[in-house]
Design a protein around this ligand. Sequence first.
Ligand SMILES: *[C@@H]1O[C@H](CO)[C@@H](O)[C@H](O)[C@H]1NC(C)=O
Ligand SMILES: *[C@@H]1O[C@H](CO)[C@@H](O)[C@H](O)[C@H]1NC(C)=O
Length: 221
Amino acid sequence: MRSVSFVLVVVAAIWISNYSSGLIHVCSSAESSAPKPAPWPHQFHSLLFVNYSGSLSLIDLWYDWTNGRNFNIIQNQLGKLLYDLEWNNGTSFFYTLDDNKECRSAQLDVGILRPNWLDGATYLGQRSFDGFLCNVWQKVDFIWYYEDVVTKRPVHWVFYTGRSIHVMTFEVGAALEDAKWQAPVYCFENKKPNEHPASEKSIVDIGFLEYISNGILREVI
Ligand SMILES: *[C@@H]1O[C@H](CO)[C@@H](O)[C@H](O)[C@H]1NC(C)=O
Ligand SMILES: *[C@@H]1O[C@H](CO)[C@@H](O)[C@H](O)[C@H]1NC(C)=O
């Protein structure tokens, strides 16, 4: 009787140890096999096709972590050309270079997106998008990010607002010359209070609101 229970205990112990090591094995292999998004290169140039509920635009994006700056040059379809210049010290300028000489600036607590800003994103699996097989991640209900499985280049991302970005070119290492990073002089002049009446929002004001939501994005992730 005593030896029978001893055998049972040994069998149970072996079974438990196999089962639990099996569990540990399953957990660790699930963690290591989930792909991680490639960090952004420290400098790159990208042409982005943007669709925001049917409003189309092209963005000339110059990401320059090396020099602590990021530039979105936004061409709205048959509309204004807008410049969104962001510095890593939290200062941003949003302006036009036409005769209206519009400019808004802002000071945020956060700088530009870090190269590893997608760290900690949740892996959602593989999907085909724009004709490319992609790994897909989601980051804090703000953004869904699609990366080409083979080349690891970003293909697409979409914000919670529905703003949908298609990456048309991705030139790693391309950098915009220093002279182009100068906000116009009227960004540094003191504005009279009536220059931006609340009743007639300028295109810069509207873009500026979008920029503020970008700032929220940067704060959250
Ligand atoms: C833009 O997105 C809308 C849906 O919001 C879609 O109906 C439309 O076909 C898209 N346009 C282009 C050019 O992709
Ligand atoms: C941040 O850097 C830009 C570019 O050098 C500069 O124009 C701006 O004044 C700086 N902002 C602060 C708060 O130092």
